[in-house]
Write a protein that binds this ligand. Structure first.
Ligand code: PLP
Length: 403
């Protein structure tokens, strides 16, 4: 009873602080539109960057796989859940990333947690950027290794930590390639240099880079030309590839080691075959149709320009990716602004602590290849209108206006 009272109290506090989280049930999706409670909304908060989640060829690939294999995998990959399709997907991902091997996990979250915890442990140290994704943070904590964070992209602080870490049996640096809530890129060339200098291994989470960044969409590692320098590349099948699942790309030895040691790979049921077949088809389409990535980047540039023209303020570095954070600060204000946009048929979620640091609640706008210029204009117009009207408008004008 006492315990129940405590969680009720905590929920009340979350309400008061504007930190309460709610699920919105979608009734359907069509391109960049979603249907909620019978009404159509233009979505600006999805990670379906290339619009692949509803592609007819991908749906067909999943359906055919279900016909042949059924829906559930029935067991862990190491028991009876492994199929030729899982292995074909891994081979395709390795070819795409240009690594010796890859290993597919049921989600990106599990890939991160299970890989970090397998690679470092007691007697080791793991070092990460303060704005790394929660799944990296959780993997670092779970590993049992000493865990240090450095201020966002602060290479001096990272070097200081590495300099004092020579006594550890192993050193692992982990970083987002594209920071998921800020949209900026990690300074990978500098991190690689420090990793080399201090004999540390490097793991890059390219969840938001895969399919989006780099000439061929291989991610931030390709963008910087560091394919030979990064020991562990993680990616998801859930964002630009429009499906579900995560993967780790690297050497054969790394992948064999993870098969034997990664608990979130070993002790869970395999990804359904349909998800693997869908991911393979998504990869094929992505490579056959670079025009999707080109359309995405045209939209990124168009939105960035629109912010400038309208005198709206977004994080300066956000042009490095399709993620545009509008920092509001207070969680309640961010929620109120998100609600105002929602009333106008635009869906941009408010991102609040603990997803982002205290005092940096924000609207996280994402564009995809599916948006048209008219869609983007309607978002810009709504933001400008909000800036001009009412109490919420005042809050927005304070945060949005370029000085
Ligand atoms: N890493 C980053 C940077 C993310 O943004 C996400 C997204 O949720 C993940 C990992 C987890 O990936 P998934 O959604 O496939 O579990």
């Amino acid at each position: 009873m006492e315990g129940l009272f405590l969680i009720e109290k905590e929920l009340q506090e979350l309400h008061q602080e504007g930190l309460y989280r709610r699920l919105l049930p979608l009734e359907g999706m069509e391109g960049p539109f979603v249907r909620i409670r019978g009404k159509k909304y233009l979505c600006f908060c999805s990670n379906n960057y290339l619009g692949l989640s509803g592609h007819p060829r991908i749906k067909r690939a999943a359906q055919e796989a279900i016909e042949r294999y059924g829906w559930g995998a029935g067991a862990s990959r190491l028991v009876s859940g492994n199929t030729t399709i899982h292995e074909a997907l891994e081979a395709e991902l390795a070819r795409f990333k240009g690594t010796e091997a890859t290993l597919v996990f049921p989600s990106g979250y599990m890939a991160n947690v299970g890989t970090i915890a397998a690679l470092v442990g007691k007697g080791g140290i793991v070092i990460g950027d303060r704005l790394n994704h929660a799944s990296l943070m959780d993997g670092c904590r779970l590993s049992g290794a000493d865990f240090r964070v450095y201020a966002h992209k602060d290479m001096d602080e990272l070097e200081g930590i590495l300099r004092r870490a020579s006594q550890y049996r192993e050193r692992l640096i982990v970083t987002d390639g594209v920071f998921s809530m800020d949209g900026d890129l990690a300074p990978l060339p500098n991190i690689v240099e420090l990793a080399r200098k201090y004999k540390a291994r490097l793991m890059v989470d390219d969840a938001h880079g895969t399919g989006v960044i780099g000439k061929k969409g291989k991610g931030t590692v390709e963008h910087y030309g560091l394919e030979r320098e990064v020991d562990v590349q993680m990616g998801t099948l859930s964002k630009a590839l429009g499906g579900i699942g995560g993967f780790v790309a690297g050497s054969k030895t790394l992948v064999e080691y993870l098969k034997n040691r990664s608990r979130s790979f070993i002790y869970t049921t395999a990804l359904p075959v349909a998800a693997c077949a869908a991911a393979m088809e998504a990869l094929r389409i992505m490579e056959e149709e670079p025009s999707r990535r080109e359309a995405l980047w045209r939209n990124v540039r168009y939105l960035k320009e629109g912010f400038k023209v309208q005198g709206l303020k977004s994080s300066k570095e956000a042009v490095e990716s399709p993620i545009f954070p509008i920092i509001i600060g207070d969680a309640r204000e961010a929620v109120a602004l998100s609600r105002s946009l929602f009333e106008k048929g635009l869906w941009v979620t408010a991102i609040r602590p603990p997803t982002v640091p205290e005092g940096t609640s924000r609207l996280r706008v994402t564009v995809t290849s599916e948006h048209t210029r008219e869609h983007i204009q309607s978002l810009l117009k709504a933001l400008v209108r909000l800036r001009r009207t009412g109490a919420e408008g005042q809050a927005l004008s304070h945060h949005l206006l370029d000085p």
